[in-house]
Structure formats: structure tokens, C-alpha cells
Design a protein around this ligand. Sequence first.
Ligand SMILES: Cc1ncc(COP(=O)(O)O)c(C=O)c1O
Length: 371
Amino acid sequence: MKSIQESVRPNIKQIKPFPQELPDLSVGEIKERLGLDNVYKLSFNENFNGPSSAAVKAMREAADKVNFYPSSYSVELSGALAGEFGVENTNLLLSNGADEMINLVAQTFAGPGDRVIFPSPSFGAYAVAARMVGAEPMPVPLLDYTVDLDAMLSEVDDKVKLIYICNPNNPTGTMLEPAKVQRFLSKIPSHVIVMFDEAYMEFTPNPKRLTAINLINEFPNIGVIRTFSKIYGLAGARVGYLIAGKETVCVVHKVRPPFNVNGLAQAGALAALRDRKYVEDMRSINDAQRQYLEEEINRMGMNFVPSCANFLFINTGCEAGIIYEKLVQRGIVVRPGAQFGAPGFMRVSVGSQEANREFISALREIMGVVV
Ligand SMILES: Cc1ncc(COP(=O)(O)O)c(C=O)c1O
């Protein structure tokens, strides 16, 4: 008798299921696993201030209409985003989180025998997306904690179909200068698709200047992936989107499930987008809290990679895995750098004021720093 394993496609066998370690669990699951009532989860780069109250109200109202299918093309939300970015509706496509968009793009453009380039360390979904479609993942190491565009360019050959660029990069929080990006794109063959993952772009000092959205008319082979999970505080609603040339958007629509963004999520994202004050507040809260973390980490004699996002990549100067375990004992869950091939580091989300204070005081105690 043949086993199920024999029917599994070889490329799928190479994919590890999404982990169930502490940093990958929900707060409720972490509490249960640790047997603690109070935990601080600083491993997912979530927004700790709660969603916009306007978004919550809109989702409550939308709940009354869940007997109906939602708009397949997320028409209202797509129109509002088009207005926000000064593009056409046809330049926009909504998805079930940026995660889904990363996969949809791979399904559209890459397949067996192709290669997919992405930075390393960076967001883990690019390698999974490449494997999922049977393409070969090609990680390209960072240079000075930053995406190395020259090294990526040197990897481009006939087999490369797709390049993901995480900007700001997760886990380092570093940014690319638009002039450098433009020079890079001018050297990329026009059939190679370049997808900028700008999940954290809204936290940067000048998103309008730094975004690759400014380049979509000049380079029809590029696209920008964004999300409502970070600054908009809607990670649980699952809304992401792509802004790209019309031709790209048109083909990616073909692989999208017809109702990939649910009605509650569409309503919540629309209200969050319109709540401009909320986004401004989130940006300044993040700046202030990140600055607090930076100052305290400096005072402890440790350093970190200067970050434009809502997380910090901290160089502990020792085996960060041990520090991670000790933080867990105190109910604080961060992301150990070993997951990114950097065992001396840990990535810490900028949390609430309370969470950040708890983290700093725990770290001080663990490192034996007297202040
Ligand atoms: C760089 C990057 N891209 C995409 C995502 C996924 O975003 P979403 O929640 O919209 O799927 C994350 C989530 O942490 C991320 O760090």
C-alpha cells in the first residue's frame, strides 16, 4: 500500500510547518503554556495600543451583514487606498494579510526550475513562498545589516523570476535610499518581478519619500506589498495589499481566492485608513517608545541596529538564547536571533510603555547591570 507521503509534492516536503514555539503563539496560548496570568509578547511586532476605535465600530456594524459575501475586489477599500496613494483602482489588489500576497505573487510568477531571490536574514515567508511553488529559494546575505542590492543584482540570471525586498528589513529595521533602489531597478531585466515588502514603511520618518510606490510608473515590473497588521493595529483582521502596474495586478487577481478578504476586515481597514489621527498617534508613540528602549539598551552597554520600524535588533554581546530563556521565565517573550542565524542577537518589538519597562528591568537584572 502506498503512503500519503509518496503523494506529497517534493517541494512541499521541504517546507517546515509554521512553528509552535513560544514566540509564534498568541498571548492566550503563551499564558497557558507558561501558566502565567501576565505575559508580554514582544515577538510579533504587533501594535500594542489596540486598534482604532473607529475600526472596531465599523467591524461591529459589518458583523450584522456577514450573511452576505463581501466585495470580491474589496471595492470601497481599494478605492480609498487608491485615493490615499494617488494611483488608480486598477493598481490595487487586496489580500488576506501581506502573507497571502507574498504567496500570490510567487504563484503568479515563479514555478519549478525558477529561482526566487530575497535578503537574509529577513522575513521567513519569502523562502516558504518560493518552495511552495517549486522554485529555488536564493537567500542573499545582508551587508551591514542592510539589504545588499549589488549582491542581489549579481545573482540575477535567466532562472530568476522574482525578487523580494523587505524595506524596512525585518529583523534589522534598516532602510534603503530611494536613489539606490532606482539605480538597482534600472539594471534589473524588465521580465524579473521585484516585490517590495513595505510592511513597516508607515513607521519610517518619511514614508512618502521612501516608498517604492513612487517608482511603479517608471518600472512596470515592480510592486509594493503593504499591510494593516502593523501601524493600523489590525493584525487579527488580516488585510494586506499590493500596489503595482495594471498588468501585474491583473494577473495576480487570477490566482486570488474570490473572497480572500472578509467583510469585517474590509470594513475595519477602511475605517482605520480614514482615522488619520490614529496613525499619527501610533507613529509618535512608537518613536517615543523605541527611543526609550534605545537609551536604556545603550545604558546597559549593549548596542542595536538603528531601526526605522517597531522593533529593535539588539546585540547582546553574548549567547542571546540564554537571555531569551531567562526573559521567558519572567513572562517576556522576544524573538531569539538564532532564528535569523545571529545567535548573539534578539529582536524585540516596541511594546506598550508597561511592556517595555518590564523588558528593560528584566534585562538589567539578567545582565547584572546596576543602574
Ligand atoms: C516583513 C513582513 N512582511 C509581511 C508580514 C506579514 O504581514 P501580515 O500580517 O499582513 O500577513 C510581516 C509580519 O510580521 C512582516 O514582518
